[in-house]
Design a protein around this ligand. Structure first.
Ligand code: BES
Ligand code: ZN
Length: 580
């Protein structure tokens, strides 16, 4: 196995297999005061290299005395100079036979894994809020560890927060602010949140958390989660994580969802009021198998996490709502893949499934490519071998690699064993190592797709659109030529600017901006001031910045709202505004 280009961890050194973590959350200084005890898988000696970012290290000792305030024998350590993408290597010298290391430290107010929200940035407006987002390589700004999915850890944690705030962790609640994670996880799945939080039970294994004023809407929107869970188990085998709870995040959460084990984080932008965006829940749930059980061994093989998960997500959607629905969603995915391919046309090497990311920040090159090209690759294999064989392959994949970390070669080897000859038939090499999309890529097909295509670039009649759900609308809007001359007519007939489903709304607003239909600008401003989901920020800022007339609007809005955006979102929007 090649090393992970995003970690200082060294294969030849001992591995950390268990973490004991104590964190005191201090909203005033926006820091966590921490003690981390790293337990080694086997007694070691010599250097132990850990990943860190912006940590203020006070003391490293052998943890021999249980009093977390001190004791133990001090160990020699050295923090290397910080590098922009990876952070700083912490080298601890292990004495002979060392079984653990204890580190006393404080996180930085600008820790890249954390967003500290003021009361005004929450729904309740009274209490502050704090949350973590560790994927891809931000766990190191919270805990000094081997921040690579190739090393799994179990953990015990204690989070001390000021009352009446409540801490939640993606782990089993052990009471009294303590948390336990018995299943070994890659560090990027370490996650917690602190705020004023309430919950509703929505199934025997599921509870929905949110700020009190949001919790009822969230419990209704995500109320189908138990059906998803049962369906997923039927498809992929038993659920290994006991509970699947959901935390509805504050609006600045930069992703649609994050598959933190036992506690998926979801953007409140999914609360459309009609359950039309819950395939994101199916997606995060599917990660319980593909990603959390079977993990990519580095960001270079991210497609193994996301391509498999999109495939699994669409199988859940198909089982629950039928093949027309999953095909429509795949068609939207196809469009977004085309757009991503266009965005990376000058960096074709980043359109491969297997990537080389030495010296490249994974956040910066994040795109739909590993998701949708990965999905299509698996569809091509399924089409070539038949559903029954491919399902057998999927079950072997989960069984053989569970609680492991794999790369694309592990995948192809299993493929050759379970589906001999199939890779050659679909030209697996072109999928994995070739740029762009192989011409043989399987196109989504459905009657409902033909109905949308039939409207073409005209404005649909009320009758034509009567049966359209949000996915048809999204697809129609994404397919229209730009500039589109009939935006006013479209808006007058269907009141698109007032839509509550953000996927549809943002597709519409992007089209309108590209078509200089500027009555939508106030609505764009409203969204950019309210939501931090990058899937929406990116196209709206890009559309504003593309036109000289609206570019100043983009700059003004970004200046006004950047402090409210998540650090990762700030980086992305900054890059986008600098690009042209
Ligand atoms: N794991 C990802 C989110 C992520 C990826 C965070 C890379 C940080 C680095 C999550 O499962 C995801 O894919 N979210 C999507 C959901 C969609 C594909 C249904 C999102 O946020 O839009
Ligand atoms: Zn995902």
């Amino acid at each position: 196995m090649r090393r992970d280009p995003h970690s200082f961890a060294d294969d030849a050194q001992p591995t950390v297999t268990r973490l004991e973590w104590l964190a005191d959350v201090d909203f005033a200084s926006r820091t966590l005061g921490c003690v981390a005890v790293l337990h080694l898988g086997a007694p070691g000696h010599g250097p132990l290299d850990l990943d860190t970012r912006d940590l203020d290290i006070a003391r490293v000792d052998d943890g021999a005395v249980d009093d977390p305030a001190g004791g133990g024998t001090a160990l020699a350590w050295e923090l290397a100079a910080s590098t922009p993408i990876l952070g700083a290597r912490l080298r601890v010298q292990l004495p002979d036979g060392a079984v653990r290391v204890r580190i006393h430290y404080r996180t930085s107010p600008t820790a890249s894994a954390l967003q500290w929200l003021t009361p005004a940035q929450t729904a309740g407006g009274v209490h502050p809020f704090l949350f973590s987002q560790c994927q891809a390589i931000h766990a190191r700004s919270l805990v000094p560890l081997q921040d690579t999915p190739r090393v799994r850890i179990t953990f015990d944690a204690r989070l001390r927060v000021p009352p009446p705030l409540r801490a939640l962790m993606a782990a089993a609640d052990a009471g009294d602010g303590r948390w336990h994670m018995p299943q070994p996880i890659p560090p990027y799945l370490l996650a917690f949140a602190v705020g004023e939080l309430a919950s509703r039970d929505v199934g025997p294994r599921s509870r929905v958390w949110a700020e009190p004023s949001v919790v009822d809407a969230a419990a209704w929107e995500f109320g189908e989660v138990d059906a998803m869970l049962t369906t997923a188990e039927r498809l992929f085998g038993p659920y290994d994580w006991e509970r699947f709870d959901i935390l509805t995040m504050p609006p600045s959460f930069p992703y649609g969802g994050m598959e933190n084990p036992r506690l998926t984080f979801l953007t409140p932008a999914l609360l459309a009021g009609d359950r039309s965006l819950v395939s994101v829940v199916a997606h995060e749930l599917a990660h319980s198998w593909t990603g959390n059980l079977v993990s990519n061994s580095s960001a270079e093989h991210f497609w193994l996490n996301e391509g498999f998960t999109v495939f699994a997500e669409r199988r859940i959607v198909e089982a629950l709502w039928g093949g027309e629905t999953s095909a429509l969603q795949a068609a939207v995915g196809w469009r977004s893949l085309e757009q991503a391919m266009a965005r990376f046309k000058d960096r074709p090497e980043l359109t491969r499934l297997r990537t080389q990311l030495e010296g490249i920040d994974p956040d910066e090159v994040f795109s739909e490519i590993p998701y949708e090209k990965g999905y299509l690759f698996l569809r091509a294999l399924e089409d070539a071998t038949g559903r029954e064989s491919f399902d057998r392959f999927l079950r072997a994949y989960v069984r053989d690699f569970r609680f492991g970390a794999i790369d694309s070669d592990d995948f192809t080897r299993l493929c050759e064993r379970e589906l001999p000859g199939a890779l050659a038939r679909v030209d697996g090499a072109a999928w994995l190592d070739g740029p762009g999309l192989p011409p043989s890529a399987p196109r989504p097909r459905a009657r409902k797709l033909d109905a949308v295509a039939a409207v073409g670039a005209s404005v649909p009649t009320l009758e034509q659109a009567a049966e359209w759900g949000s996915t048809e609308w999204e697809l129609y809007l994404e397919s229209l030529p730009r500039p589109f001359g009939k935006c006013a007519e479209l808006d007058a007939r269907f009141d698109l600017t007032a839509r509550g489903n953000y996927d549809v709304l943002v597709a519409w607003l992007g089209l309108a901006l590209d078509s200089s239909y500027d009555p939508v600008v106030p609505r764009v401003e409203e969204i950019l001031g309210k939501l931090g989901r990058m899937k929406y920020l990116r196209p709206l800022y890009a559309a504003l910045a593309r036109r000289p007339g609206t570019r100043p609007v983009a700059e003004r809005l970004f200046a006004r709202h950047r402090d409210g955006y998540h650090p990762i979102a700030v980086q992305v929007v900054e890059g986008l505004l600098a690009a042209r």
